[in-house]
Design a protein around this ligand. Structure first.
Ligand code: ZN
Length: 133
């Protein structure tokens, strides 16, 4: 398995537009792109070779809304870019690492993604990302 970099740090926010203003106006970091992915509204703020990913649920029952209700706004997950996500998942499965996603699925940035279960990672939700282009 080859891990190349921290692709992004996912942050659960109540309001992606308000949050991106902090990065743009206070930190002078422009938003690179915004996307909708199912119920999620996502804004990417590039910082060097990585990104801050601001993620908001548009559905009050959505995944980020539930996270915020339980734990408040804040860091939600760490995304690692891998060369080959199928190979990485097969290797991790063989090593007994608990997975949320048994198979890679489509994510933001037209990437393929899969989450590892936080019970196997000291409580950190880790996302694997493979860019398709
Ligand atoms: Zn992510």
């Amino acid at each position: 398995m080859k891990i190349k970099r921290i692709a992004h740090i996912g942050i659960a926010v109540k309001d992606a537009d308000a949050s991106k203003n902090f990065y743009q106006d206070m930190l002078e970091l422009p938003v690179d792109r915004e996307e909708r992915l199912g119920e999620l509204k996502i804004a990417f703020v590039p910082i060097g070779q990585t990104n801050v990913e601001l993620v908001q649920s548009t559905d009050p029952e959505g995944v980020m809304a539930k996270f915020i209700a339980k734990r408040g706004e804040g860091i939600h997950h760490l995304a690692l870019e891998v060369e080959d996500i199928d190979q990485a998942l097969a290797e991790l499965k063989a090593k007994g690492v608990p997975l949320v996603d048994q198979q890679a699925r489509p994510g933001a940035h037209e990437a393929r993604i899969a989450f590892l279960h936080p019970k196997g990672t000291n409580g950190v939700l880790i996302e694997l990302v493979q860019y398709t282009h």
